[in-house]
Design a protein around this ligand. Structure first.
Ligand code: FPP
Length: 230
């Protein structure tokens, strides 16, 4: 069966430690992380990735120091202003998923403009998760007869996202941190010690190559095994 979508989700971890290792403030790590986002977004379609979802700010991240939260919000804002034109040129539809009621009106406006500007992109859908919590979106969608569509609505996503095929987490930790819990039910997991600011297009290519070498059975058995079974 030919797969029509290839969804890669990334938990971009390690910005703070990358900065600390260099004696820099954490916010410099986030700035370097934004450069890694640009590299990854531009490289992704060349690997056949149709959907790329990046975990940029979890609902738990509001607990961070105020100046760090403000710096992150400024980075998201400037990314949307700077990159939506490039996304449009490259056929990338940009969407921001998650809650919007706690974001500043200026950021919400920038999100809406970027989404409108890039809506025609058909090469890849880039979802940036900001104020995102999988548990929150599931709780808000619970009880609906079409949970997938209800989750998308809760997250302001224009179309329900396909299941995650490959979930990458950088920064040495091996946990899901409330990211895409429903959508990652059958995701292949790839953990790397690389800190997010050091993540390169080559490393993305390696992760995709490892993914392609894996046998995905979705709870079934391989045809060969089935033929040999009793
Ligand atoms: C986790 O590293 C990273 C974040 C909470 C923020 C992610 C943000 C970016 C990659 C920058 C900009 C993003 C966009 C979309 C423009 P951490 O701070 O938890 O690192 P640590 O675990 O080493 O402290």
């Amino acid at each position: 069966m030919v797969q029509s979508t290839f969804h890669v989700a990334i938990i971009m971890d390690g910005n703070g430690r990358w900065a600390a290792e260099r004696g820099l403030p954490r916010t410099r790590g986030h700035e370097a992380g934004a450069d890694a986002v640009e590299r990854t977004v531009q490289a992704a379609p060349t690997h056949g990735i149709t959907d790329l979802t990046l975990f940029a700010f979890s609902s738990d991240n509001w607990q961070r120091p105020k100046h760090e939260v403000e710096a992150l919000m400024r980075l998201f804002h400037s990314y949307l202003l700077r990159q939506s034109g490039r996304c449009r040129e490259n056929g990338i539809a940009l969407r921001v998923i998650g809650r919007r009621d706690r974001l500043s009106p200026a950021l919400v406006e920038a999100i809406e403009v970027a989404e409108r500007r890039t809506a025609g992109g058909s090469r890849m859908t880039l979802r940036i998760a900001v104020d995102y919590s999988a548990r929150w979106s599931l709780a808000h969608a619970a009880g609906s007869s079409d949970l997938r569509a209800a989750i998308a609505r809760a997250n302001h996503d224009a179309t329900p996202m396909p299941d995650v095929d490959l979930l990458i987490r950088t920064g040495r930790e091996q946990r899901l941190s409330d990211f895409l819990l429903w959508e990652s039910s059958y995701a292949e997991l790839h953990f790397t010690a690389t800190m997010w600011p050091d993540f390169t297009a080559d490393e993305l290519a390696r992760a995709v190559a490892v993914f392609r070498s894996r046998s995905r059975r979705f709870g079934h058995v391989d045809a060969v095994e089935a033929a040999h079974g009793s």
